[in-house]
Design a protein around this ligand. Structure first.
Ligand code: ATP
Length: 514
């Protein structure tokens, strides 16, 4: 549960994102569209940089991974084969008094979270009381904590069972038994729990008779599976190999709140790694570790990431976990790592009647490869970067500044070029410097307002460096270089700027840490 302070942080981040051109509500002049957002001039740059970081990691650092860009529309049978037509459902329940709709499983998970919080509170209290506090011992022996833990175990097991059996009656029973109340109305006046398919459907073809029901893809993965042999043959790929893709996905989420965390139109960065059957667990562990390293290399704080195994495996998986991030509302899924077995390829073989087999020339046999998938939401990545880099600081002169400490390689602008005054040839000199740097670094030019005010604006959009051109520049060809994080200023020769800044702002700088 988010603490009030964290709620405030989230609210501040949301309004900051709008005020500084990162994210706008979609079609805002018509009062917006629920759970759909547009990325503004700074947001689009940050998003592109995150994509580049992911794409380069996958396709440059792994010689056996290639990227594709499949269409959003796919043959409707694709979604029969993948199981989405029959099983891509969420259980929904309405509160009759508030008329609010919830995901039944999330209401029950909320109950579990509350029990976990109770345990943490007991642990905190005890840790204050005892000097040589042994957490594990306390948790296993304290009667109240044991009771909470037992309840968590029981509810988790029943939830997992109900979800995997699609047992709506059992979910309703749990909601009633646990006396879960609607956070809005406070009542327990619930409807039955019903299944709700999350796919958006539309029609293809100009004449009604020709119209064919097709879906907006709910995940990008299927575009990779149906192209598996095209890529393998034309790229002469040998198992193990991967196919990466970045693209839009659409889900008619029942409860789409929490800003860009859960949207109806969002973007995924997915990689399907095709392996020899029997080797999937080795690769599952490999990708779990690699992907966590990729996240941690951003420097947003190692303590903000954790793994969470799935209690409830999807129909296609034999192992699955999430990498969770500590968002303002608590630890939540950022990326999923799934061992998808040969479910998808096998199913496409069955539905299409086309062979989906790989010929292993070394073993001289054919087989359908197993698949390990890494799937991260681009928008959730964006949110993790924005929330953890947003900071307010008290300065020595008593004033306050808001700074986005976005990792330099991801920042929308790398350098702000600021002539101290709008006269005496300073703007011309500034443009000369900008024209030299702009091929390597995204520069932002501004000459209006006092320099302090301009620095603050750059802090607020996360520009890691400001270059100030003054009268001394005209004499000795040096500028003031200001660092966003430390606010330190140093005098640097114009000739040294590129060499000083390009490496610090390069995506490669992050990639080398992985
Ligand atoms: P959740 O449990 O939060 O609904 P999921 O398990 O359904 O997510 P996956 O199907 O594993 O998600 O999708 C992979 C990734 O896509 C997620 O880790 C998440 O980052 C992102 N994602 C999924 N649904 C959304 C959404 N509605 N809005 C934004 N990102 C999403």
């Amino acid at each position: 549960m988010a603490q009030p302070q964290e709620d405030n942080l989230f609210k501040n981040v949301i309004s900051h994102a709008k005020e500084y051109g990162f994210i706008f509500p979609s079609s805002e002049i018509y009062d917006g569209l629920s759970a759909v957002y547009d990325y503004g001039q700074n947001g689009a740059e940050l998003k592109n940089n995150i994509k580049e970081y992911w794409w380069k990691f996958m396709t440059l650092l792994h010689e056996n991974i290639v990227g594709i860009d499949a269409a959003i529309f796919m043959h409707p049978t694709t979604w029969k084969a993948s199981g989405h037509v029959d099983a891509f459902n969420d259980p929904m329940v309405d509160n009759k008094d508030s008329k609010k709709r919830y995901r039944a499983d999330q209401l029950i998970e909320g109950y579990i979270e509350k029990q976990e919080e109770k345990i943490e509170k007991e642990v905190e209290k005890a840790a204050k009381r005892f000097e040589n506090f042994d957490r594990a011992m306390f948790v296993s022996t304290n009667a109240r904590v044991v009771e909470y833990q037992n309840k968590i175990n029981e509810v988790s097991t029943r939830l997992a069972q109900a979800m995997s059996n699609s047992d709506m009656v059992a979910l309703k029973q749990l909601i009633d038994e646990l006396e879960i109340a609607c956070p809005i109305s406070g009542t327990r006046n619930w409807t039955e729990v019903r299944q709700f398919n999350l796919m958006f459907a539309t029609e293809m073809g100009s004449v009604a008779d020709d119209a064919n029901k097709i879906y907006l893809r709910p995940e990008t993965a299927q575009g990779i599976f149906v192209n598996f042999l095209n890529v393998q043959k034309t790229g002469r790929m040998k198992v193990p190999f991967g196919i990466a893709q970045i693209g839009k996905a659409f889900r008619n989420e029942i409860v789409a709140r929490q800003f860009i965390f859960r949207m109806r139109e969002f973007e995924q960065m997915e990689m399907q790694f095709f392996v020899k059957p029997g080797e999937e667990m080795k690769w599952y562990e490999y990708w779990k570790e690699k992907r966590l390293k990729w996240h941690k290399a951003l420097g947003l704080g190692n303590e903000n990431y954790r793994y969470k195994d799935h209690d409830n495996l999807a129909h296609y998986a034999n192992a699955a976990c999430d990498i969770q991030f500590n968002f303002p509302m608590g630890f939540r899924e950022l990326e999923g790592i799934h061992s998808r077995t040969d479910f998808d390829l096998k199913s496409h073989e069955k539905f299409s009647g086309k062979k989906m087999q790989y010929f292993d020339s070394e073993a001289n046999t054919n087989y359908i490869p197993f698949v390990v998938e890494t799937s991260v939401g681009l928008d959730r990545m964006f949110l993790s970067v924005l929330c953890s880099s947003y900071q307010t600081e008290k300065l020595e002169d008593g004033s306050e500044r808001v700074v986005l400490r976005i990792p330099a390689p991801l920042a929308p602008n790398k350098v702000a070029i600021l002539p101290l005054m709008k006269k005496d040839g300073l703007p011309e000199k500034a443009m000369e410097i900008m024209n030299d740097l702009k091929f390597d670094l995204r520069c932002f030019y501004e000459e209006k307002d006092a320099i302090g005010k301009r620095y603050r604006r750059q802090d607020a959009i996360g520009t890691p460096y400001c270059i100030t051109i003054d009268h001394q520049t005209l004499e000795d060809n040096t500028v003031t270089l200001r660092n966003r994080d430390t606010m330190q200023q140093e005098r640097v020769a114009v000739a040294d700027l590129r060499h000083k800044l390009v490496d610090a702002c390069s995506i490669n700088n992050l990639l080398r840490k992985i």
